[in-house]
Design a protein around this ligand. Sequence first.
Ligand code: AMP
Length: 414
Amino acid sequence: MSFKDLKLSKPILRAIAEKGYDTPTLIQERTIPLVLDKKNVIASAQTGTGKTAAFALSILQLLLDKQDAPKKGKKIRALIVSPTRELAAQIQENFQVYATYTNLKTAVVFGGTSIEPQKDALKDGIDILIATPGRLLDLHKQDVINLDYIETLVLDEADLMLDMGFIDDIKKIERLCPKSKQTLLFSATMPYKVEELAKTILKDAERVEVTKQSSTSKNVEQLLYFVPKPKKIELCLHLIRNTIKNQRTIIFRRTKYGVDKLEKTLLKNGYEADSIHGDKSQSDRQVALNRFKKNEINILVATDVAARGIDISNLDTVINFDLPNVPETYVHRIGRTARAGLAGVAYSFCSADEKAYVIAIQKLINLQLDVIEEHPYPLDPKAKKEVHTSKKTGSKHKKGRKSEASKKKKKRWY
Ligand code: AMP
């Protein structure tokens, strides 16, 4: 199938051709006709499947079809809600590229950055708005955004939005849009809570399911290292020094604290690294991402939430410094390598207390990871969990008493 068969207009086809896309991806092939047919759609597809273009191209087409409508000031007719700022910015970039030869206008709004320029952009009149939930509601409350003319609402990465606690915001946003709108829900996974949300806000939806091969992709070598927790940093440095070298690498850690600590160690050892996590300012996160995208640095350390959905191409290596406790997260992480048929390697570090995670991951991907036994920091196979406070000695802190700092730390771990 070609993009022409999908009944896209010339200006859109021209932009697609310039972007270098030859044929539609599976999610595009299945979703675009449904969206053009004004259907509600529930699509389970991860980043890397081409899902952004699946909704962006069809929305542009729908809006182009109605270009003849009176031009008395543009009204926002399509709204894309995204969980993270980076993803919102990336979706906006995509829309802008695909809309190059149309006069459709887009804007993006997200928190963590000054609100005034965003207000100005909105005042100029736009057709398509991409937003994170909090800033969107904020601007709506201030009467800067009118959602009365929304024809298509997209909820992107719905599972992540729910994980991040946006359920009430999403329901509110949905209610602020007209009842008659078309709704498209994209989610990497379809847990019960996403199904519940879909049931309440999407009537008679068509379902599209596309599983990316990368979870067990032949192109990704998946290597497992058993290593004592305190030796993980050394193993990481050893691999970067001897095996990975200058390859483009993302290192995933579970916590913001862990990300900061590892970044510092890498910098101290003379490596070009930067990091993204939820406690960094929006501009710092953007700078880090741009540096990585432009190849100014070759190592990015990230938490899952900060990195989710971000399209980083030409990635050679993923290091799972901490194994994720949710097995699907492993699939998201390694799905970032070996895109577009390139080869990639995923290194996973497993300490004694993470062995159960390996079992869950292997079950999910239906594949046994290759265990690398020849490395300088092997874990004693009999090692039990590395428990930090023994029952006998107990914690040096009394139960029920937490310092202010630790209470603050509890706030957001991603
Ligand atoms: P996404 O799943 O939306 O994050 O897209 C993943 C990557 O695939 C992005 O870099 C897109 O530019 C690229 N892409 C999207 N559609 C196509 C296509 N039809 N052909 C080739 N690459 C594509």
